[in-house]
Write a new protein. Structure first.
Ligand code: CMP
Length: 637
């Protein structure tokens, strides 16, 4: 704080806290009391305001906040009155005008030079004089415009000396050459030859005139300015996908411009030679034709070469024609190659997740062939991939890892909304608890017949079912019950620190979310009530399969009420589901969805194809770790 603008007006200053708005934005203070500065006229103030950075897109991108922008304004004021900030409104409109003028110049100039060679109409001279003058003013403006540093965008160079040095070192000479006011020289030259136009018909004068006209081709070097302005705008206004489209659009425009130039050149050269009889113009009898007809044929000829389609109406007959044809062929082929490269890039970037998926599948196929896996296993792997990724492949861990913590949490919570809504255990829980759990979940897919949990093993995670049916299989092979969307299993082992009390087998394709034991304990330590709720449900489950429910029961009297509320809510949900005509009997702790109803009625669901696919229980899918399909929610831990 305490920075104060120097200079005569001293309008903006950045002083103590009282001068900072509620949001910490420095406020523009009134001019200091005293007699008004006689030098500062209204117009001058207006102009200087135009030179200051405004809160446009470019400024916001560079400075990030209004506060920083105010600081920049102060810095700009301190740099001197006639320094134009690159983010100012003046520079924006100036660049826009220059862009339009440049495009007009680059299109009109070659036509005028090639097809109106001996025409010294006042319109032409006026146009040239005006644009030359504006381009010369542009050089002056460039000498006073601050420079944005590529490497350090925070600091815009505002010192006039440094700006001049930088400009002289970079684009000044090209800009100067392309702005030499050749038509003023022309006018002087015309005055010198007092006989004026009459003398122009004399051979020598005509040649000088043609040479001068030819010289004005250097104006086409203004193309460099066009490229600079366009790329600067591109950077600011077109990000992401738009930038790729913009690049292609620019390239097409550039190709059309080069085609236009090449067409003009096709005509200019034979014209300078005086239309020899074997030139294409003479062969086509276009010497005396209207300029538009001449231009159309010339453009057609140039385009035919450039696109490598043909030679126009007739193949080249003269040596110069042949060289010109070669030149336009080379330029056309180069543009074509560039265009293809950019278009391929665009198409690839349009659907990178699908491309990545295809690459991954290809790699897996090669791996399966390399390892000579049996046909049936290959089939299962392929099906797994199709189901797991459904044609799109994202490295979600990486994507989410690049977000801010808050954003990451919000995205994960959003991705989990359907799971949270379908799992009664979550639906009735504290939102902080839900948020804590979902951020630690990991997406996993099991195929029909996979043994997700094997009885008697030591468990390292529990699962929530997003979609699918699992069977709880007892030691004797009997199916105790089936669980479906919104249910959870594998919690008993984590609660008791004992071994798995039953096996769990995937009945259909199952989209599950697993929670590791460490995360499970960490979260439940913070929410003891949820632990007890889970214990109550676990006790019921154990009871149902004929095991001792006391293995998990640690309920204290005070909690009983709250736990009961949750358990009752869970039971009510199950009850509600069971009332549907096609539903089975209620089961505590099971969120019954249409799919599992059949299981409760004792109806047998189609048996799995195989039941020997035992899940590793530690990390069943190292390949799939951290990757997901668009509709999934995978959760980095
Ligand atoms: P866990 O012992 O870790 O592993 C097997 C899982 O099967 C067990 O946890 C419970 O989640 C689940 N389970 C066991 N019996 C039942 C039941 N009667 N109803 C629903 N799920 C059960």
């Amino acid at each position: 704080m305490g920075a104060r603008a120097h200079g005569s007006t001293g309008k903006v200053h950045f002083g103590g806290l009282d001068e900072v708005s509620l949001y910490g934005t420095p406020v523009e203070a009134a001019p200091p009391p005293g007699p008004p500065d006689p030098k500062s006229s209204f117009l001058k103030n207006q102009l200087q305001a135009l030179f200051q950075p405004t809160d446009n897109k470019l400024a916001m991108k560079l400075f990030g906040s209004k506060k920083a922008l105010m600081k920049e304004r102060i810095r700009q004021k301190a740099a001197g009155h006639w320094v134009i900030h690159p983010c100012s409104s003046f520079r924006f409109y100036w660049d826009l005008c220059m862009l339009l003028l440049l495009v007009a110049n680059l299109i009109i100039l070659p036509v005028a030079i090639s097809f109106f060679n001996d025409d010294l109409s006042t319109r032409w001279i006026a146009f040239n004089c005006l644009s030359d003058t504006i381009f010369l003013i542009d050089i002056v403006v460039n000498f006073r415009t601050g420079i944005m540093q590529q490497d350090n965008s925070e600091q815009v160079i505002l010192d006039p000396k440094l700006i001049a040095k930088h400009y002289l070192r970079t684009w000044f000479f090209l800009d100067l050459i392309s702005s030499i006011p050749l038509d003023y020289i022309f006018l002087i030259f015309n005055q010198d030859f007092s006989e004026s136009f009459q003398i122009l018909h004399a051979g020598r004068a005509l040649r000088i005139l043609r040479l001068a006209k030819l010289l004005s081709l250097v104006r086409l070097l203004r193309l460099s300015r066009l490229v600079r302005y366009v790329s600067q705008w591109e950077e600011v206004y077109f990000l992401n996908m738009a930038s790729v489209f913009m690049r292609i659009f620019n390239l097409i425009c550039m190709m059309l411009l080069i085609g236009h130039w090449s067409g003009c050149l096709q005509f200019l050269v034979p014209m300078l030679q005086g239309f020899p009889s074997n030139s294409w113009v003479a062969i086509n009898e276009l010497q005396e034709a209207f300029w538009l007809e001449q231009y159309s044929w010339a453009l057609f000829k140039a385009m035919s070469h450039m696109l490598c389609i043909g030679y126009g109406r007739f193949p080249p007959q003269s040596l110069t024609d042949m060289w010109l044809t070669m030149l336009s062929m080379i330029s056309g082929a180069t543009c074509y190659a560039l265009f293809l490269g950019h278009a391929t890039n665009l198409i690839q970037s349009l659907d990178s997740s699908r491309r990545q998926y295809r690459e991954k599948v290809k790699q897996v196929e090669e791996y399966m062939a390399y390892r000579k896996l049996p046909r049936e296993m290959r089939q299962r792997i392929t099906e797994y991939f199709e189901h797991r990724y459904q044609g799109k492949f994202f490295d979600e861990e990486l994507i989410l890892g690049e977000l801010s913590e808050k954003l990451r949490e919000d995205v994960i919570n959003y991705n989990c909304r359907s799971l949270v809504a379908s799992v009664p255990f979550f639906a009735n829980a504290d939102s902080n608890f839900v948020s804590d759990v979902v951020t630690k979940l990991r997406y996993e897919v099991f195929q029909p017949g996979d043994i997700i949990i094997k009885e008697g093993t030591i468990g390292s995670k529990m699962y929530f079912i997003q979609e699918g049916i699992v069977d709880i299989v007892m030691a004797n092979g009997e199916v105790a019950t089936s669980l479906s969307d919104g249910s959870y299993f594998g919690e008993i082992c984590l609660l008791t620190n004992a071994r798995r009390v039953a096996s769990v087998r995937a009945e259909t394709y199952c989209n599950l979310f697993s929670l590791s034991v460490d995360h499970f304990n960490a979260v439940l330590d913070q929410y003891p009530l949820m632990r007890r709720t889970m214990e109550s449900v676990a006790a019921e489950r154990l009871n149902k399969i004929g095991k001792n429910p006391n293995l998990v029961a640690h309920r204290s009297e005070e909690d009983a009420g709250s736990i009961n509320a949750v358990v009752v809510a869970l039971a009510a949900e199950a009850e509600h589901a069971s009332r549907s005509p096609d539903r089975g009997p209620p089961s505590l702790g099971l969120a019954l969805r249409p799919l599992q109803a059949a299981a409760f009625l004792g109806q047998r669901l189609p048996r799995p194809k195989s039941d020997n696919n035992v899940s590793a229980d530690h990390d069943p899918q190292p390949l799939a770790r951290g990757f997901f399909h668009k509709s999934d929610a995978a959760f980095p831990q």
